[in-house]
Design a protein around this ligand. Structure first.
Ligand code: TRP
Length: 370
C-alpha cells in the first residue's frame, strides 16, 4: 500500500475530537427534528453492494424509518458510482439496486408518502457535475488524510488506489448538497466525509456566494440504536459470512443462527463486556420482542446456547415475517419498483437542476443562458 494511506496516531486523535463535537450537534438535532421537521432535508444512502441484513435493518434503516415518521423529506442515494471505488466490475450493480429498493420498501420506507425519494447517482447528471466545482475547494493533502478512505483501502486490500476512490468523499459532498441536505444520518465511520462536506459548503459560500449562501452546512445524525453484531460476534458484514439477511427464509435464518458463536457457560447472563457473543444474541431477541436483554437472559436461565439460539430464531423469524411477506409482494411487481426509482430520480433531478443553476450563477458561469 502507498504509505500516505497508512493510518496513524493523529488520525485517531482527530477522529475522537470530531466525534464529540458531531455527537453534541446530533443530540441537538434529535431534539429539534420532531418539533420542526419541515426545516430539515435528510440525505443518506449506501453503496448497492449486496442485500440488506438485520444489522442494517436495526441500525440505519430503523433510523430512517423513524425520521420519515417525524415528517422530514428524505432523499436516499443508491450510490452506484461509488461501487467502483474498490472493485473493477459493475456486474452485480443492476441486480443490487433492484434488491436494495425491495429491502427498503419491505422495511417500511414509503415513497407513497410523497416525502421519501430513492435515486441512483447514475441518473442525476447535474449532481455529478457538482463534483467539478467542489474539487476546486479541496486540497490533495486533505484527500490524503481522510481516515475512512484509508481504512477502506486497507479493508479492500487495494494495492493501487483509483481516482474515484481518492475523490469519492467530494462526490459524497455533492450527494448531500445537491438537494440542500442539512441532516445526514450516518455511522461514525462516515464522519470524516461529513466534515469534508461541511468544509466544501462553507468554502463555496465564502468564495463564490458571500452575500447569498448557496449551501447549508449539514450535520450528522448519529444513530441512538445499539449496534447489532454478526453471528460470530464481529461486525455484521457480507464479506464475513456472518449475516442474517432480510431476504432469507425462516429455515435459512434458523441455520445461520445455529452456527452462531456462544460460549461454554450454560447460565445465560447479559454481560456485554465479558460475553459479547451471548450479549449480542440477547440484544437481537430484545429488539424483536421489546424486552430488555436482561429479561431475555433470565427467561433462558441455564438453558445454555441451544435454548438461546432457539429464542433468537423464533424472535427474529416472527419479527421478520411481515417484512419478508412485503418483500415477496414487491419482488413480484418489478414494474412498481422501477416506478419508485423513476419518480425518485425525477424529483432528485429537479433539485439538482435548480442547485446547479444557482452554482453556475454564483460562479459567473451562467453566461446569460439561464
Ligand atoms: N459512503 C457511504 C457508505 O459507504 C454511502 C454514501 C454515498 C452516503 N453517498 C452518501 C452516505 C451520502 C451518506 C450521504 O455507507
Amino acid at each position: 500500500m502507498d504509505e500516505k494511506f497508512e493510518i496513524d496516531a493523529t488520525d485517531v486523535e482527530q477522529e475522537s475530537s470530531t466525534f464529540k463535537e458531531a455527537a453534541r450537534r446530533s443530540d441537538a438535532l434529535w431534539a429539534d427534528l420532531p418539533r420542526d421537521p419541515a426545516r430539515y432535508r435528510v440525505l443518506t444512502g449506501e453503496r448497492p453492494t449486496g442485500p440488506l441484513h438485520v444489522g442494517h435493518l436495526f441500525g440505519t434503516v430503523a433510523n430512517r424509518v423513524r425520521i420519515q415518521e417525524l415528517g422530514a423529506t428524505t432523499f436516499i442515494v443508491i450510490a452506484d458510482y461509488q461501487v467502483l471505488t474498490d472493485r473493477d466490475t459493475a456486474d452485480a450493480v443492476g441486480a443490487n439496486v433492484h434488491e436494495a429498493i425491495l429491502d427498503y420498501l419491505a422495511a417500511g420506507l414509503d415513497p407513497e408518502n410523497g416525502r421519501t425519494f430513492f435515486f441512483s447517482h447514475s441518473h442525476v447528471p447535474e449532481l455529478n457535475q457538482l463534483l467539478l466545482p467542489f474539487m476546486s475547494l479541496v486540497t490533495t493533502a486533505e484527500l490524503d488524510r481522510n481516515p475512512t478512505v484509508k481504512e477502506e483501502i486497507r479493508a479492500a486490500g487495494l494495492r493501487q488506489v483509483n481516482a474515484l476512490m481518492y475523490t469519492y468523499p467530494i462526490h459524497q459532498a455533492a450527494d448531500i448538497l445537491f438537494c440542500q441536505g442539512n441532516v445526514v444520518p450516518v455511522g461514525r465511520d462516515q464522519l470524516p466525509h461529513l466534515e469534508l462536506t461541511r468544509k466544501i459548503a462553507r468554502r463555496f459560500n465564502e468564495r463564490f456566494a458571500p452575500d447569498a449562501p448557496v449551501f447549508p452546512v449539514p450535520d450528522a445524525l448519529l444513530s441512538v440504536l445499539p449496534v447489532v453484531l454478526g453471528t460470530d460476534g464481529q461486525k455484521m458484514s457480507k464479506s464475513r459470512g456472518n449475516t442474517i439477511m432480510l431476504k432469507m427464509t425462516a429455515d435459512e435464518t434458523a441455520r445461520a443462527i445455529k452456527g452462531a458463536r456462544t460460549d461454554g457457560d450454560r447460565q445465560i447472563t447479559y454481560d456485554p463486556q465479558r460475553r459479547p457473543e451471548v450479549a449480542n444474541l440477547l440484544r437481537l431477541v430484545a429488539i424483536c420482542t421489546g424486552e430488555t436483554p436482561e429479561a431475555v437472559a433470565e427467561r433462558i436461565g441455564d438453558g445454555g446456547g441451544g435454548k438461546l439460539k432457539a429464542a433468537v430464531t423464533e424472535a427474529l423469524n416472527a419479527y421478520l415475517a411481515p417484512i419478508r411477506d412485503r418483500r415477496a409482494r414487491y419482488a413480484g411487481d418489478p414494474a412498481y419498483v422501477r416506478d419508485v426509482l423513476r419518480r425518485g430520480v425525477a424529483r432528485a433531478r429537479e433539485e439538482a437542476v435548480t442547485t446547479l443553476d444557482r452554482v453556475r450563477a454564483a460562479m459567473n458561469m451562467d453566461h446569460g443562458l439561464q
